[in-house]
Design a protein around this ligand. Structure first.
Ligand code: RFL
Ligand code: PHB
Length: 395
């Protein structure tokens, strides 16, 4: 058995784990990142695409935004489609801020390459992990790779292993309270080789169900269709997908998405989930390990960055001067922001999707609310302020 020592053992090399490792390094704190999948898997997994103003600022201040600044697409607003007409929500005019479209897998590539250049310890394909002694001063991570055991002795453990990871399950029974809501629909997402035919994202309300027009780069578009949670992707031929997208997204002014080769298809479930608190003993949760939002508000990765910002600041203060106050308030600090993002993501989801068998009253109320959002400066400002990202305490 090989033994290793570190200050912070980080489980998971997604955006949360990698960014935490980098921010800790900037604070002079050593970490080891343990990831079950291959480096290629982490670098190629297509997920989020929209970065809040707040996240971009954080990446810049951390010195990992060089490619993001070169290749990211600055979006100064979004469009909300209603009855075939697009209405612009001008973020910069309403809030002075904008968002940036840059793929999550590109951020993961940038962070991995920066950690390796800085001599960081990232371990991919590490086999089965088990967390031990989290109630003690010396928690351990046991790594079992095909029968070869390693032990990582830590001062703290950060569970950044996403919704299906092991960290949340390591909390002692009865210490976590779960708040959850599932939705009666999912998203069918495609990645397309086609230049965007429109500059901004379009969130389209439609009687056949919600559709989202998004993009990744000047050559790649990303589109989503509301579908059923148990949708059989095999039944969606390319022709059927395009026909449904044209049906839902075509606008009165003649705009419609440009077709191209579909290079990836997948179905994503919709869920709101919070596990409270985010800390037990010397184990801290961050990112999707602690919370999930439906993607309509584009908040998941941004929340993960906010968590690890607070955690790195708290650990930095502890290692600099023994101050444990911020570590003790980590969970409460994060949860204030998490619940605001939960509210916004739930609201965007409720505003834009078709709810089967809903009372006619609710349908009318939804349409009235949409009309209010696209015609009232006050309502549009509230949407814009949340979409570009609420300010981060202490930044
Ligand atoms: P991740 O990205 O899931 O990374 C967790 C990592 O932990 C590893 N792991 C383990 N490692 C070791 N041992 C174990 N036992 C392990 N179990 C798991 C995993 O292999 C993985 O590498 O979590 P993290 O870092 O918290 O990041 C969260 C984000 O990935 C997520 O919130 C976003 O992708 C959500 N999301 C969006 N967020 C945004 O901010 N803006 C968006 O526009 C946006 N769009 C989206 C999204 C998510 C989507 N899907 C597919 C769920 C669009 C979609 C379609
Ligand atoms: C994406 O481009 O994948 C995307 C954009 C906005 C969202 C969700 C996903 O709200």
């Amino acid at each position: 058995m090989a033994r290793y020592d570190t200050q912070v053992g980080i489980v998971g090399a997604g955006p949360a784990g990698l960014m935490l490792s980098h921010l800790l390094h900037l604070n002079g704190v050593h970490s080891i990142v343990l990831e079950v999948k291959t480096r290629t898997y982490c670098e190629e997994r297509v997920r989020a695409g929209v970065l809040e103003h707040t996240s971009v600022q954080m990446l810049r201040e951390a010195g990992v935004a060089e490619r993001l600044d070169r290749e990211g697409l600055r979006h100064e607003g979004i469009e909300i489609g209603l009855n075939g007409v697009r209405h612009r929500i001008p973020f910069v005019e309403l809030t002075g801020k904008c968002v940036t479209v840059y793929g999550q897998q590109e951020i993961v590539k940038d962070l991995i390459s920066k950690r390796l250049a800085d001599g960081g310890d990232l371990r991919f394909e590490c086999g089965d992990l088990a967390l031990e002694g989290i109630a003690t001063e010396k928690p351990r991570i046991r790594v079992n790779k095909d029968g070869d055991m390693d032990e990582i002795s830590c001062e703290y453990i950060a569970g950044c292993d996403g919704f299906h990871g092991i960290s949340r399950g390591a909390f002692p029974e009865g210490t976590l309270k779960i708040y959850e809501r599932t939705y009666p629909f999912a998203w069918l997402g495609i990645l397309v080789e086609a230049p965007p035919s429109q500059e901004e994202l379009v969130y389209m309300h439609h009687e056949r169900g919600f559709a989202l027009y998004s993009m990744r780069s000047p050559n790649i578009t990303r589109l989503y269709l509301q579908c059923t949670p148990d949708e059989d992707i095999a039944k969606w031929t390319d022709d059927r997908i395009w026909s449904e997208l044209h049906n839902r997204l075509s606008c009165a002014d003649g705009w419609r998405p440009t077709e191209g080769r579909i290079v990836q298809k997948g179905v994503t479930g919709m869920r709101s989930f919070v596990a409270e608190p985010l800390q037990t003993g010397r184990l801290f949760l961050a990112g999707d390990a602690a919370h999930i939002v439906p993607p309509t508000g584009a908040k998941g990765m941004n929340l993960a960055f906010a968590d690890v910002f607070y955690l790195s600041e708290a650990m930095g203060a502890f290692y600099r001067n023994g101050d444990t106050e911020r570590l003790e308030s980590y969970s409460a600090t994060c949860l204030r922001r998490i619940w605001k993002a939960q509210r916004f993501s739930w609201w965007m989801t409720s505003l834009l999707h078709r709810f089967e068998n809903e009372p006619a009253f609710d349908r009318k109320r939804q349409l009235a609310e949409l009309e209010y959002v696209v015609t009232s400066k006050a309502a549009a400002t509230s949407l814009a302020e949340n979409y570009v990202g609420l300010p981060l305490d202490g930044m």
